[in-house]
Design a protein around this ligand. Structure first.
Ligand code: GTP
Ligand code: MG
Length: 137
């Protein structure tokens, strides 16, 4: 598919990196299909990350993702899921390649600046979690 879904996470929002991150994403050739600033309730964050429910860090992840504003966006580029995950780098910024968004802007493995969908199927589910069909341009 040519679409993926991303969130700029609360750490990057609080640290003032949202503009630089969006600038980088656009310079890398992604078209913005949908975009909004919003805040997840604990309940919504838990629902979004339900696949991680059994992981030891689930509680921490839900608390963090509901701790402040986020920017949610659907992005378009050929082979979007894999191109975007390359651009953001490894989950743990300490292991992320030089020049990736997480290496540049993330704080820690938990507070890692951005989300990127891990499959075409999840990109669709996650985009539809935040945006109605009429908001997907
Ligand atoms: P996402 O794009 O956010 O889905 O990250 P990912 O696909 O690189 O990682 P994964 O889906 O495995 O984990 C989802 C999120 O859970 C990560 O981005 C982190 O925010 C958080 N997370 C993962 N592992 C840990 C951990 O060991 N400790 C903590 N506190 N958080 C973690
Ligand atoms: Mg993931």
């Amino acid at each position: 598919s040519n679409r993926t879904f991303t969130m700029i996470k609360p750490d990057a929002m609080k640290n003032g990196h949202a503009g630089a991150i969006l600038d980088r994403i656009i310079k890398e050739g992604f078209r913005v299909v949908s975009l909004k600033m919003t805040k997840l309730s604990k309940e919504k964050a838990g629902e979004f990350y339900a696949v991680h429910k059994e992981r030891p860090f689930y509680g921490e992840l839900v608390d963090f993702m509901s701790s402040g504003l986020i920017i949610a966006a659907i992005l378009e580029k050929p082979d979007a899921v894999s191109a975007f995950r390359t651009l953001i780098g490894a989950t743990n910024p300490a292991q992320a390649e030089a020049g990736t968004i997480r290496k540049l802007f993330a704080t820690s493995i938990g507070e890692n600046a951005v989300h990127g969908s891990d499959s075409d199927e999840n990109a669709l589910i996650e985009g539809n979690f935040f945006f109605s069909a009429l908001e997907q341009f």
